[in-house]
Design a protein around this ligand. Sequence first.
Ligand code: MTE
Length: 377
Amino acid sequence: MPGVTGPSDYSREPPRHPSLKINAKEPFNAEPPRSALGAAYVTPVEFFYKRNHGPIPVVDDVHSYSVSITGLIENPKQLFLNDIRALPKYNVTATLQCAGNRRTAMSQTRTVKGVGWDVSAIGNAVWGGAKLADVLELVGISKLTGATKSGGKHVEFVSVDRCKEENGGPYKASIPLIQATSPEADVLLAYEMNGETLNRDHGYPLRVVVPGVIGARSVKWLDSINVIAEECQGFFMQKDYKMFPPSVNWDNINWSTRRPQMDFPVQVKVSGYAASGGGRGIERVDVSVDGGNTWVEASRHQKTGIPYIAEATCSDKWAWVLFEALVDVQQSTQIVAKAVDSAANVQPEKVEDIWNLRGILNTSWHRVQVRVGHSNL
Ligand code: MTE
């Protein structure tokens, strides 16, 4: 592609924040520490996870960079960055999450394949760019089109990076045409992230952002957009990012039996407080999403949001501890939280066991019933 090249080695990688936890060096895959992730609603760019399958492309001349739009359409076009910038600009706040987020924890049950991730392959950014629906209108595809006259039903995004999974070819993925042409779906061709020019790690000069869908479909370093009849046949659509039941293993897998994963499942942030008397600290907070059968440990923090007190003059010994955990909730269930203090006191399971006629000191596990409804987009 003019202006942008996909190197074959890792000698021209961009600088990165030293506190990122590197899960794989080449290709570069890294996530921020848990504490950095929860600190802000909008994740700073330097702490946004980086998920790559090859060396980061190099932009030599952004003015000659263009995206070609081809395939089953009447008016194929080549669009320069200025053409895309000339379209109405939208800022969309969207959480991007890698489907492999929290993979390391899954491997504790049974080992799984792939780069290991803790819980931070997720970030929330304000993406700025043109709507794909507007871009497609430039080539004669009207909004809310499910198929073109020539049979186009999917929109494929092809990049410039070279991936070994594609035998040295570019990363690619597709989404249904109906989603691409729907203004409400907010699919963007983004050139900005958090108000700044997109950086190299995140797809400079132009990337796709498909909100609400696993990160794998948000193709970075966009080279071409192809309107096609069937979904993209690339590795990452057909031989990866599909969900199989636990009975499927590497000996009996049949990839064609499952559809490529698109939306990511419901995930909730569980947060709350934990406190113990006598100046004892909170040692641990556990959260369960199956009524108390299995548990994950929540992260804990204190001293946030006290702007009027200098940190050094204020002890947190007597204060509560705030906790947070990100959990998957696939169906209606009961979420439970329980804390352990520094003397290893743990909250009792049932309120029946500590019932008293004045109704005080109910420290039993806190249970919250959640109901999950499903809607079809
Ligand atoms: N696009 C290209 N060209 N190459 C890639 O390796 N990785 C995908 C997606 N787009 C990838 C890509 C995956 S799996 C994810 S989760 C997101 O980009 C990560 O985006 P980020 O690195 O900006 O966080």
